[in-house]
Design a protein around this ligand. Structure first.
Ligand SMILES: [Zn+2]
Length: 493
């Protein structure tokens, strides 16, 4: 970590406070985020954790070095919903084949959608069904240590066994007592459970359902054990950050924590537990029956929302225009505002002297974020602070501002060099279709620069006014390397 790098601080759900982030091993910073259950298209609510933790991943890579961060996001490819959907969609196939077909295509779709939203691929994306042996091992350890028991073909986790002396630790993440949890949760009542909160580690398979051999008969793992087994395999018994949506904090994360700490005899599973807030659509809970349910694919490729398609960068920025722990209202107004903002920033970068042509790629791709933006991002991803800095640079006067804006947007994953190059070319094309003669504008600018050089102010003003009458605005700046006077131009909006 360089001396100019700010201390990262993150809100820990476990302690309900912001904490200094100190990795267990700065050479291998480790983060686990619960991934999708692959039976259907990802909806825009599913995109929020993917984007939020992608920004954190990028920040960690920036601070600790790309090769020193491991980000694991799992793929849940065994689930009752998957079985039901596979049987419905592929009725002619044997169920196991149908499940493979469904989960394979859904996983590929998910990865394509997240890429379109600017998310980097995690370091590892383990599939649950490739890790059944690790789950069986962990369940055996839990039984051996008397944290789990078999009953009626199931293996159940004994929540009361997760304790410190007289104190039951189950509920430490949710900060609720067993009594409160039972009252508040929709608990699956089953006669074979010792406690209503005990949850399934392994269950028998239906005759035609997917199943694996185990010491407890043919069956399949419960959902929670997947994350405990896979995070242990790739990140170790204790790692740095565990993330996910707030909807997963209970019971899923509570259960992961209990299983992992009990199986591994550790005090903690992850140092910091992070949760992003809920997402609503136009002020309402998103639901298929309300007709306000939108998949990422629909937003990107169809005109279902607001009568038009939305670019991935706009969807991403709209998501980032709210601090991650707060609930977000995903509305047309928000998307339009994000789009306008992004346009303004892109125009500012060109107007302040950046030129996205191949010759400049190497130089621009080295541009980093400004230190104030980085400090805001490091402060529990304070996006209000980040946005304020971006607006400040966009409103700046110097090429330096444009460089910082580009470097900052690059760190956030909102734009990159290729995106800017394409956009710049489109701007030129658009001007031509608007009837602006680019060659004439460029020639006039060259003549005006010559006039300025010769101190012929009258001629310089005449050219500026002539262009202004056509709606073209000039902005002078100094080339940072040569100190020469240069001019950028744009169409006045
Ligand atoms: Zn999980």
């Amino acid at each position: 970590m360089s001396s100019t790098t700010p201390q990262i601080r993150l809100f820990n759900t476990l302690s309900k406070s912001k904490e200094d982030f100190v990795p267990l091993d700065a050479n291998n910073v480790r983060m686990y985020v619960c991934g999708p259950t692959v039976y259907d298209y990802a909806h825009i609510g599913n995109a929020r954790p993917a984007i939020v933790f992608d920004v954190l991943f990028r920040l960690l890579r920036h601070v600790y070095g790309k090769e020193h961060v491991t980000y694991v996001r799992n793929i849940t490819d065994v689930d009752d919903k998957i079985n039901a959907r596979a049987a419905r969609d592929f009725p002619q196939m044997p169920l196991n084949k149908a499940i493979q077909q469904l989960t394979g295509t859904t996983q590929a779709q998910y990865q394509a959608d997240m890429k379109a939203l600017g998310c980097l691929a995690p370091s590892i994306e383990p599939r649950a069904t490739d890790h059944i042996a690790e789950m069986v091992d962990m369940i055996e350890v839990l039984i051996e240590k008397k944290h789990a028991y078999t009953a009626d073909g199931h293996v159940l986790f004994d929540v009361k066994s997760f304790r410190d002396g007289d104190e039951v630790l189950y509920g430490k993440l949710a900060r609720r007592t067993l009594k409160d949890m039972i009252a508040g949760a929709r608990v699956e009542v089953a006669p074979y459970k010792r406690d209503p909160m005990d949850f399934v580690l392994w269950k028998p398979s239906a005759n035609d359902g997917p199943g694996w051999q185990s010491p407890w008969g043919t069956g399949r793992p419960g959902w929670h054990i997947e994350c405990s087994a896979m995070s242990k395999k790739y990140l170790g018994e204790t790692f740095d950050i565990h993330g996910g949506g707030i909807d997963l904090s209970f019971p899923h994360h509570e259960n992961e924590l209990a299983q992992s700490c009990c199986a591994n005899d550790t005090e903690q599973m992850a140092q910091i537990w992070m949760h992003n807030g809920f997402l609503q659509i136009e002020g309402n809970k998103m639901s298929k029956s309300e007709g306000n349910f939108f998949t990422v694919d629909e937003l990107l490729h169809t005109k279902k929302f607001g009568g038009r398609k939305w670019p991935g960068a706009v969807l991403r920025l709209a998501m980032l225009m709210k601090n991650y722990r707060e609930p977000i209202d995903f509305s047309l107004t928000r998307l339009e505002e994000a789009e306008k903002t992004l346009q303004r920033w892109k125009r500012a970068m060109l107007a302040l002297g950046l030129d996205f042509t191949e010759a400049n790629r190497a130089e621009y791709e080295k541009l980093g974020p400004c230190s104030k933006m980085l400090a805001a991002l490091a402060s529990d991803m304070n996006m209000s602070g980040v946005l304020a800095e971006l607006h400040r640079h966009a409103g700046g006067k110097k090429r330096h501002n444009a460089g910082r804006l580009f470097g900052s947007l690059g760190l956030l994953g909102v734009v990159d060099f290729d995106a800017m190059m394409v956009w710049q070319e489109q701007q030129t094309d658009a001007l031509e279709t608007k009837g602006v003669d680019v060659a004439h504008v460029e020639a006039s600018i060259a003549l005006r620069l010559m006039a300025l050089h010769e101190k012929n102010w009258a001629e310089a003003d005449r050219i500026r006014d002539e262009l202004a009458s056509k709606g073209i605005q000039l902005m002078d700046y100094k080339d940072p390397e040569t100190g020469e006077k240069r001019t950028r131009w744009e169409i006045r909006q």
